[in-house]
Design a protein around this ligand. Structure first.
Ligand code: KG4
Ligand code: ZN
Length: 379
Protein backbone atom coordinates (compact mmCIF):
# COMPACT_ATOMS: atom_id res chain seq x y z
CA UNK A 1 0.00 0.00 0.00
CA UNK A 2 2.86 2.26 0.79
CA UNK A 3 4.13 2.03 -2.80
CA UNK A 4 0.72 2.92 -4.14
CA UNK A 5 0.52 5.89 -1.85
CA UNK A 6 3.85 7.09 -3.20
CA UNK A 7 2.61 6.73 -6.76
CA UNK A 8 -0.44 8.81 -5.90
CA UNK A 9 1.75 11.53 -4.49
CA UNK A 10 3.77 11.44 -7.66
CA UNK A 11 0.74 11.95 -9.87
CA UNK A 12 -0.53 14.74 -7.67
CA UNK A 13 2.83 16.35 -7.99
CA UNK A 14 2.63 16.13 -11.76
CA UNK A 15 -0.67 17.93 -11.83
CA UNK A 16 0.61 20.72 -9.62
CA UNK A 17 4.00 20.88 -11.28
CA UNK A 18 2.38 21.42 -14.64
CA UNK A 19 0.72 24.62 -13.50
CA UNK A 20 3.93 25.83 -11.92
CA UNK A 21 6.10 25.18 -14.96
CA UNK A 22 3.72 26.80 -17.33
CA UNK A 23 3.44 29.91 -15.25
CA UNK A 24 7.12 30.37 -14.58
CA UNK A 25 8.98 28.95 -17.54
CA UNK A 26 6.81 28.92 -20.59
CA UNK A 27 5.01 32.23 -20.41
CA UNK A 28 5.27 32.60 -24.17
CA UNK A 29 3.36 29.37 -24.78
CA UNK A 30 -0.36 28.97 -24.87
CA UNK A 31 -1.45 27.80 -21.42
CA UNK A 32 -2.79 24.28 -21.44
CA UNK A 33 -5.09 22.79 -18.89
CA UNK A 34 -3.28 19.65 -17.97
CA UNK A 35 -0.87 17.06 -19.18
CA UNK A 36 -1.56 13.73 -17.52
CA UNK A 37 0.93 10.96 -17.61
CA UNK A 38 1.34 7.30 -17.01
CA UNK A 39 4.93 6.39 -16.34
CA UNK A 40 5.41 2.69 -16.83
CA UNK A 41 9.11 2.35 -16.26
CA UNK A 42 8.74 4.06 -12.92
CA UNK A 43 6.20 1.51 -11.84
CA UNK A 44 8.41 -1.33 -12.94
CA UNK A 45 11.29 -0.25 -10.76
CA UNK A 46 9.12 0.76 -7.82
CA UNK A 47 6.48 -1.93 -7.71
CA UNK A 48 8.60 -4.78 -9.05
CA UNK A 49 5.54 -6.78 -10.05
CA UNK A 50 3.47 -6.71 -13.20
CA UNK A 51 0.33 -7.62 -11.28
CA UNK A 52 0.68 -4.82 -8.79
CA UNK A 53 1.28 -2.57 -11.75
CA UNK A 54 -2.05 -3.55 -13.31
CA UNK A 55 -3.90 -3.37 -10.00
CA UNK A 56 -2.51 0.06 -9.14
CA UNK A 57 -2.73 2.11 -12.28
CA UNK A 58 -6.41 2.94 -12.40
CA UNK A 59 -6.65 3.88 -8.71
CA UNK A 60 -3.52 5.98 -8.93
CA UNK A 61 -4.78 8.00 -11.88
CA UNK A 62 -8.18 8.48 -10.26
CA UNK A 63 -6.66 9.56 -6.99
CA UNK A 64 -4.33 11.99 -8.73
CA UNK A 65 -7.19 13.55 -10.65
CA UNK A 66 -9.33 13.66 -7.53
CA UNK A 67 -6.68 15.42 -5.50
CA UNK A 68 -6.35 18.00 -8.26
CA UNK A 69 -10.15 18.38 -8.36
CA UNK A 70 -10.15 17.43 -12.02
CA UNK A 71 -11.51 14.75 -14.29
CA UNK A 72 -9.88 13.24 -17.35
CA UNK A 73 -12.04 15.61 -19.43
CA UNK A 74 -10.05 18.56 -18.07
CA UNK A 75 -6.72 17.34 -19.42
CA UNK A 76 -5.24 18.49 -22.73
CA UNK A 77 -3.48 15.28 -23.58
CA UNK A 78 -2.36 11.93 -22.26
CA UNK A 79 1.41 11.43 -22.49
CA UNK A 80 2.64 7.88 -21.98
CA UNK A 81 6.01 6.12 -22.08
CA UNK A 82 6.08 3.67 -24.98
CA UNK A 83 9.86 3.08 -25.36
CA UNK A 84 12.27 1.68 -24.15
CA UNK A 85 11.47 -0.46 -21.08
CA UNK A 86 10.10 -3.75 -19.81
CA UNK A 87 7.38 -4.96 -22.18
CA UNK A 88 5.01 -5.93 -19.40
CA UNK A 89 5.17 -2.53 -17.76
CA UNK A 90 5.03 -0.51 -20.96
CA UNK A 91 1.93 -2.43 -21.96
CA UNK A 92 0.09 -1.68 -18.71
CA UNK A 93 0.80 2.03 -19.04
CA UNK A 94 -0.08 2.19 -22.72
CA UNK A 95 -3.30 0.20 -22.35
CA UNK A 96 -4.45 2.47 -19.58
CA UNK A 97 -3.49 5.60 -21.51
CA UNK A 98 -5.55 4.35 -24.47
CA UNK A 99 -8.55 3.79 -22.22
CA UNK A 100 -8.25 7.38 -20.96
CA UNK A 101 -8.03 8.64 -24.53
CA UNK A 102 -11.13 6.64 -25.54
CA UNK A 103 -12.99 8.11 -22.59
CA UNK A 104 -11.91 11.71 -23.06
CA UNK A 105 -11.21 12.06 -26.79
CA UNK A 106 -7.90 13.79 -25.92
CA UNK A 107 -4.72 13.25 -27.97
CA UNK A 108 -2.29 10.49 -27.06
CA UNK A 109 1.37 11.55 -27.01
CA UNK A 110 3.91 8.70 -27.11
CA UNK A 111 7.07 9.37 -25.08
CA UNK A 112 10.61 7.96 -25.22
CA UNK A 113 11.80 7.35 -21.64
CA UNK A 114 15.41 8.45 -22.23
CA UNK A 115 14.47 11.53 -24.25
CA UNK A 116 12.21 12.54 -21.37
CA UNK A 117 15.13 12.19 -18.91
CA UNK A 118 17.23 14.39 -21.20
CA UNK A 119 14.67 17.15 -21.59
CA UNK A 120 13.71 17.48 -17.91
CA UNK A 121 16.43 20.11 -17.56
CA UNK A 122 14.39 22.43 -19.81
CA UNK A 123 11.68 22.46 -17.15
CA UNK A 124 14.00 23.49 -14.33
CA UNK A 125 16.47 25.71 -16.21
CA UNK A 126 16.76 27.75 -19.36
CA UNK A 127 18.40 25.29 -21.76
CA UNK A 128 18.19 25.91 -25.50
CA UNK A 129 18.77 23.33 -28.22
CA UNK A 130 21.27 21.96 -29.09
CA UNK A 131 22.89 20.70 -25.88
CA UNK A 132 24.96 17.74 -24.73
CA UNK A 133 23.39 15.21 -22.33
CA UNK A 134 24.96 12.55 -20.13
CA UNK A 135 22.30 10.08 -18.98
CA UNK A 136 23.46 7.85 -16.16
CA UNK A 137 20.94 5.56 -14.50
CA UNK A 138 20.32 2.02 -13.34
CA UNK A 139 19.51 0.85 -16.85
CA UNK A 140 21.37 3.23 -19.14
CA UNK A 141 24.55 5.14 -19.72
CA UNK A 142 24.82 7.32 -22.79
CA UNK A 143 26.09 10.56 -24.24
CA UNK A 144 23.77 12.28 -26.68
CA UNK A 145 23.23 15.65 -28.31
CA UNK A 146 19.64 16.89 -28.04
CA UNK A 147 19.02 18.92 -31.19
CA UNK A 148 15.26 19.33 -30.79
CA UNK A 149 12.33 17.93 -28.79
CA UNK A 150 12.49 14.63 -30.69
CA UNK A 151 15.82 14.89 -32.51
CA UNK A 152 18.80 13.26 -30.79
CA UNK A 153 22.18 11.91 -31.94
CA UNK A 154 24.00 9.23 -29.94
CA UNK A 155 27.74 9.76 -29.36
CA UNK A 156 28.33 6.70 -27.19
CA UNK A 157 26.76 4.31 -24.70
CA UNK A 158 27.63 1.55 -22.26
CA UNK A 159 28.91 -1.66 -23.82
CA UNK A 160 27.92 -3.66 -20.72
CA UNK A 161 26.52 -2.54 -17.33
CA UNK A 162 24.95 0.77 -16.45
CA UNK A 163 26.65 2.73 -13.62
CA UNK A 164 23.60 2.61 -11.31
CA UNK A 165 23.54 -1.16 -11.64
CA UNK A 166 27.22 -1.25 -10.59
CA UNK A 167 26.49 1.03 -7.60
CA UNK A 168 23.61 -1.25 -6.55
CA UNK A 169 25.68 -4.44 -6.84
CA UNK A 170 28.62 -3.06 -4.87
CA UNK A 171 26.30 -1.72 -2.16
CA UNK A 172 24.77 -5.19 -1.92
CA UNK A 173 28.16 -6.89 -1.75
CA UNK A 174 29.11 -4.53 1.10
CA UNK A 175 25.83 -5.38 2.94
CA UNK A 176 25.03 -1.68 3.28
CA UNK A 177 21.31 -2.49 3.58
CA UNK A 178 22.12 -4.03 6.99
CA UNK A 179 22.83 -0.54 8.29
CA UNK A 180 19.59 1.06 9.57
CA UNK A 181 20.17 4.35 7.72
CA UNK A 182 20.34 2.52 4.37
CA UNK A 183 17.43 0.08 4.61
CA UNK A 184 15.17 2.11 2.35
CA UNK A 185 17.57 4.00 0.06
CA UNK A 186 19.09 2.92 -3.27
CA UNK A 187 22.56 1.39 -3.42
CA UNK A 188 23.81 4.55 -5.09
CA UNK A 189 22.66 6.78 -2.24
CA UNK A 190 24.14 4.38 0.33
CA UNK A 191 27.52 4.37 -1.44
CA UNK A 192 27.56 8.15 -1.83
CA UNK A 193 26.80 8.61 1.88
CA UNK A 194 29.44 6.09 2.98
CA UNK A 195 31.97 7.52 0.52
CA UNK A 196 31.77 10.94 2.15
CA UNK A 197 33.62 9.39 5.15
CA UNK A 198 36.21 7.56 3.05
CA UNK A 199 39.40 8.20 1.10
CA UNK A 200 38.88 7.93 -2.69
CA UNK A 201 42.56 7.13 -3.20
CA UNK A 202 42.73 4.23 -0.75
CA UNK A 203 42.13 1.57 -3.41
CA UNK A 204 43.24 1.76 -7.02
CA UNK A 205 40.45 0.86 -9.44
CA UNK A 206 41.24 0.52 -13.14
CA UNK A 207 40.27 3.22 -15.63
CA UNK A 208 38.13 1.52 -18.26
CA UNK A 209 38.51 1.61 -22.07
CA UNK A 210 41.63 3.78 -21.97
CA UNK A 211 42.86 2.35 -25.28
CA UNK A 212 39.60 3.06 -27.11
CA UNK A 213 39.14 6.66 -28.22
CA UNK A 214 35.35 6.62 -28.22
CA UNK A 215 32.57 7.95 -26.01
CA UNK A 216 31.43 4.43 -25.13
CA UNK A 217 31.41 3.24 -21.53
CA UNK A 218 32.14 0.03 -19.66
CA UNK A 219 31.48 -0.60 -15.97
CA UNK A 220 31.74 -4.38 -15.65
CA UNK A 221 35.54 -4.39 -15.12
CA UNK A 222 35.27 -1.69 -12.48
CA UNK A 223 32.53 -3.63 -10.73
CA UNK A 224 34.49 -6.91 -10.82
CA UNK A 225 37.61 -5.24 -9.45
CA UNK A 226 35.59 -3.65 -6.60
CA UNK A 227 34.09 -7.07 -5.82
CA UNK A 228 37.57 -8.59 -5.73
CA UNK A 229 38.72 -5.88 -3.32
CA UNK A 230 35.74 -6.54 -1.02
CA UNK A 231 36.36 -10.31 -1.00
CA UNK A 232 40.05 -9.78 -0.34
CA UNK A 233 39.38 -7.32 2.51
CA UNK A 234 36.82 -9.66 4.11
CA UNK A 235 39.40 -12.44 4.13
CA UNK A 236 42.24 -10.21 5.30
CA UNK A 237 40.20 -8.78 8.19
CA UNK A 238 38.34 -11.98 9.05
CA UNK A 239 34.96 -10.33 8.46
CA UNK A 240 32.03 -12.64 7.63
CA UNK A 241 30.24 -12.17 4.29
CA UNK A 242 27.15 -10.75 6.05
CA UNK A 243 28.99 -8.12 8.08
CA UNK A 244 30.12 -4.61 7.23
CA UNK A 245 33.82 -4.13 6.58
CA UNK A 246 35.43 -1.55 8.91
CA UNK A 247 36.93 0.13 5.82
CA UNK A 248 33.73 0.00 3.72
CA UNK A 249 33.76 3.81 3.47
CA UNK A 250 37.17 3.73 1.76
CA UNK A 251 35.97 1.09 -0.71
CA UNK A 252 32.84 3.16 -1.46
CA UNK A 253 34.90 6.31 -1.98
CA UNK A 254 37.38 4.54 -4.28
CA UNK A 255 34.63 2.90 -6.31
CA UNK A 256 32.72 6.17 -6.68
CA UNK A 257 35.94 7.91 -7.75
CA UNK A 258 36.53 5.12 -10.30
CA UNK A 259 33.07 5.72 -11.78
CA UNK A 260 33.66 9.47 -11.89
CA UNK A 261 37.04 9.14 -13.64
CA UNK A 262 35.53 7.02 -16.41
CA UNK A 263 32.51 9.30 -16.87
CA UNK A 264 34.72 12.39 -16.86
CA UNK A 265 37.06 11.09 -19.60
CA UNK A 266 34.11 10.25 -21.86
CA UNK A 267 32.48 13.64 -21.25
CA UNK A 268 35.82 15.32 -21.99
CA UNK A 269 36.04 13.53 -25.35
CA UNK A 270 32.40 14.28 -26.19
CA UNK A 271 32.95 18.01 -25.61
CA UNK A 272 36.01 17.96 -27.88
CA UNK A 273 34.13 15.97 -30.52
CA UNK A 274 31.24 18.46 -30.44
CA UNK A 275 33.71 21.31 -30.89
CA UNK A 276 35.36 19.53 -33.80
CA UNK A 277 32.13 18.65 -35.56
CA UNK A 278 30.21 21.83 -34.79
CA UNK A 279 27.41 19.92 -33.05
CA UNK A 280 27.15 22.47 -30.25
CA UNK A 281 27.15 26.28 -30.26
CA UNK A 282 30.04 28.33 -28.82
CA UNK A 283 28.33 28.55 -25.42
CA UNK A 284 27.99 24.87 -24.67
CA UNK A 285 25.69 23.21 -22.12
CA UNK A 286 26.01 19.76 -20.59
CA UNK A 287 22.92 18.32 -18.92
CA UNK A 288 23.51 15.42 -16.51
CA UNK A 289 20.46 13.36 -15.60
CA UNK A 290 19.29 9.87 -14.57
CA UNK A 291 19.49 8.41 -11.04
CA UNK A 292 23.30 8.48 -10.83
CA UNK A 293 23.21 12.13 -11.90
CA UNK A 294 21.93 13.00 -8.43
CA UNK A 295 25.32 12.02 -6.96
CA UNK A 296 26.97 15.21 -5.69
CA UNK A 297 30.54 13.87 -5.89
CA UNK A 298 30.02 12.95 -9.55
CA UNK A 299 28.39 16.29 -10.26
CA UNK A 300 31.26 18.26 -8.76
CA UNK A 301 33.81 16.20 -10.73
CA UNK A 302 31.91 16.82 -13.97
CA UNK A 303 31.73 20.52 -13.09
CA UNK A 304 35.56 20.57 -13.22
CA UNK A 305 35.51 19.07 -16.73
CA UNK A 306 32.90 21.62 -17.82
CA UNK A 307 35.01 24.46 -16.39
CA UNK A 308 37.97 23.30 -18.50
CA UNK A 309 35.87 23.55 -21.68
CA UNK A 310 33.84 26.70 -20.85
CA UNK A 311 30.68 24.65 -20.65
CA UNK A 312 27.63 25.29 -18.49
CA UNK A 313 26.64 22.27 -16.36
CA UNK A 314 22.95 21.76 -15.62
CA UNK A 315 21.72 19.00 -13.31
CA UNK A 316 18.01 18.76 -12.52
CA UNK A 317 17.27 18.38 -8.78
CA UNK A 318 17.75 14.78 -7.55
CA UNK A 319 14.02 14.03 -7.35
CA UNK A 320 13.74 14.83 -11.09
CA UNK A 321 16.96 12.95 -11.99
CA UNK A 322 15.65 9.60 -10.77
CA UNK A 323 12.70 8.07 -12.63
CA UNK A 324 9.60 10.19 -12.14
CA UNK A 325 6.33 10.99 -13.83
CA UNK A 326 6.90 14.73 -14.05
CA UNK A 327 9.48 14.25 -16.80
CA UNK A 328 6.96 12.36 -18.92
CA UNK A 329 4.34 15.06 -18.39
CA UNK A 330 6.88 17.72 -19.26
CA UNK A 331 7.96 15.95 -22.44
CA UNK A 332 4.31 15.52 -23.42
CA UNK A 333 3.70 19.20 -22.88
CA UNK A 334 6.76 20.24 -24.91
CA UNK A 335 5.56 18.04 -27.75
CA UNK A 336 2.05 19.38 -27.46
CA UNK A 337 3.13 23.00 -27.51
CA UNK A 338 5.98 23.02 -30.01
CA UNK A 339 3.68 23.18 -33.00
CA UNK A 340 4.80 19.93 -34.63
CA UNK A 341 2.31 17.13 -34.56
CA UNK A 342 3.60 14.59 -32.07
CA UNK A 343 0.14 13.27 -31.17
CA UNK A 344 -0.67 9.82 -32.48
CA UNK A 345 -2.93 10.01 -35.55
CA UNK A 346 -4.58 6.74 -34.48
CA UNK A 347 -4.08 6.18 -30.72
CA UNK A 348 -5.27 2.58 -30.97
CA UNK A 349 -2.45 1.79 -33.41
CA UNK A 350 0.28 3.01 -31.04
CA UNK A 351 2.50 0.17 -29.85
CA UNK A 352 5.33 -0.06 -27.31
CA UNK A 353 9.01 -0.83 -28.08
CA UNK A 354 11.04 -2.53 -25.31
CA UNK A 355 14.26 -1.65 -27.16
CA UNK A 356 14.55 1.70 -28.85
CA UNK A 357 17.59 3.91 -29.57
CA UNK A 358 17.44 7.52 -28.41
CA UNK A 359 18.32 8.75 -31.91
CA UNK A 360 20.76 8.45 -34.82
CA UNK A 361 23.92 6.59 -33.76
CA UNK A 362 27.03 8.56 -34.75
CA UNK A 363 29.43 6.73 -32.40
CA UNK A 364 31.45 5.49 -35.40
CA UNK A 365 32.25 9.13 -36.29
CA UNK A 366 33.48 9.63 -32.72
CA UNK A 367 35.68 6.55 -33.08
CA UNK A 368 37.01 7.76 -36.45
CA UNK A 369 37.91 11.13 -34.93
CA UNK A 370 40.14 9.22 -32.41
CA UNK A 371 40.44 12.25 -30.12
CA UNK A 372 43.38 12.08 -27.70
CA UNK A 373 42.73 13.55 -24.26
CA UNK A 374 44.89 15.82 -22.13
CA UNK A 375 45.19 14.93 -18.41
CA UNK A 376 42.31 15.72 -16.05
CA UNK A 377 42.59 16.64 -12.39
CA UNK A 378 39.42 15.65 -10.57
CA UNK A 379 40.46 15.69 -6.90
O1 KG4 B 1 17.07 6.92 -13.36
P1 KG4 B 1 16.74 5.92 -12.30
O2 KG4 B 1 15.84 6.36 -11.19
O3 KG4 B 1 16.11 4.64 -12.89
C1 KG4 B 1 16.53 4.02 -14.05
O4 KG4 B 1 17.46 3.18 -13.89
O5 KG4 B 1 16.01 4.34 -15.13
O6 KG4 B 1 18.13 5.43 -11.67
C2 KG4 B 1 18.19 4.52 -10.59
C3 KG4 B 1 19.65 4.24 -10.31
C4 KG4 B 1 19.86 3.18 -9.23
O7 KG4 B 1 20.77 2.22 -9.73
C5 KG4 B 1 20.45 3.96 -8.06
O8 KG4 B 1 21.35 3.21 -7.26
C6 KG4 B 1 21.15 5.09 -8.77
O9 KG4 B 1 20.31 5.43 -9.85
N1 KG4 B 1 21.30 6.24 -7.89
C7 KG4 B 1 22.51 6.74 -7.53
C8 KG4 B 1 22.25 7.80 -6.64
N2 KG4 B 1 20.89 7.93 -6.50
C9 KG4 B 1 20.34 6.96 -7.28
N3 KG4 B 1 23.75 6.37 -7.87
C10 KG4 B 1 24.77 7.06 -7.32
N4 KG4 B 1 24.61 8.08 -6.45
C11 KG4 B 1 23.37 8.48 -6.08
N5 KG4 B 1 23.22 9.49 -5.23
ZN1 ZN C 1 15.10 6.29 -16.07
Amino acid sequence: MNQIHTISQLFRHILLQRKLSLASKQAAMTPVQLSLITESWWYSSSCGSGNLHVESISGVVQEALGRASMTVHDVDAVAVTVEPGLALCLKVGLDHAKSLVRLSGKPLIPIHHMQAHALTARMTDRVDFPFLVLLISGGHCLLTVARDVADFVLLGESLDDAPGEAFDKIARQLNLKNLPQFTSVSGGVAIETMASQGDPKSFDLPLMLTQVRTCDFSFSGLKSQAKRIIAHEEKRQGVSRDDILPNAADICASFQYGVLKHLARRVQRSLLFCELSGLLPKHKTLVVSGGVGSNQFIRSGLQKVCDMYSTQLICPPPRLCTDNGVMIAWNGMEKLLCGKNFSAADPEAVDFQPKSPIGEDISSSVRDAAIKLSPLKLL
